[in-house]
Design a binder for this molecule. Sequence first.
Ligand SMILES: [Zn+2]
Length: 311
Amino acid sequence: MTNPCNVCHSTDFDELSNVGRDGALRTVICKNCGLVWSDPFPIDTAEYYQKNYRILYKGTYSPKIKHIYRAANVAIERYKRLETHLAGKKKVLEIGSGGGEFSYLLTKKGFDVSAIEPNEGYGNYSKEQYGLNVQIGFAQNLEFTAGTFDFITMSHVLEHVDNPTTMLEKLRTWLKPNGILALEVPNVEAVCQSPKSTFHTAHLFNFNPETLALLAEKTGFSVVQSLVSEDGGNLTLIAQKSEIANAPLAIAGNYEKVFAIVKNHTVLNHYLSQFPYLRLLGKVRKIFDERNATAKFTDAKQVLDFCFSQK
Ligand SMILES: [Zn+2]
């Protein structure tokens, strides 16, 4: 049984792809709004994450210094994207806080930060290393008093959630009036990765700027800013809690646009583009940079304190 479109409820869709990063994966696209999702869902999310996390991490996590250094720089770039929207805010919630680098940066900037992380190993690590206030679990199963937060940030989480609509509806209740929601997800229009890496078993939904904005508007947010990363790989949407709009749940031309981009992203076109070579160059540069920068550190907090004091 096929799920209707999570954004517009249409059941009129087209098959978009049959291959993902890990092999066969059926992906469809809504002909009414252009949302892309895995059909059927290849995994039961709760079971998948709980099982995999238990097997892979066994409740412990001890990243290498170079990984923390890398994560620190990702956190700094993320902060730059969100900085103007965080101005004047106090209570912040980060959902999917991972190793805790971004929440720790926010704490150092003076915000009152709460975090949620389903991975017990990562969550406990960030509590121990940086003294963060992290709840272990899924946001879908947790509760906060209505109107608790000024700002909720969620990076690379929404594409893993099995019902993005109910997720955003829930987050809206946790926000104060005019509170801000900052979402970051992969861009389904991206061509910087190999075509077989476009779709992923763990990514149940795939958004482009238009479908992400429509989802936000549908669930009671107004779009403040929509950004696409320089390489086209990631989307950032800044949305403000507002009234639930009664806008039509369709996007003219979006299905045709996304369909054409994905179908045109062939292996040949990929290797004729600059992206594989830029990626390789970037990797080599990163290895040298990380080796130089991290030689003097022995401790996670030391790395973050150093990186965050530089910018
Ligand atoms: Zn749709």
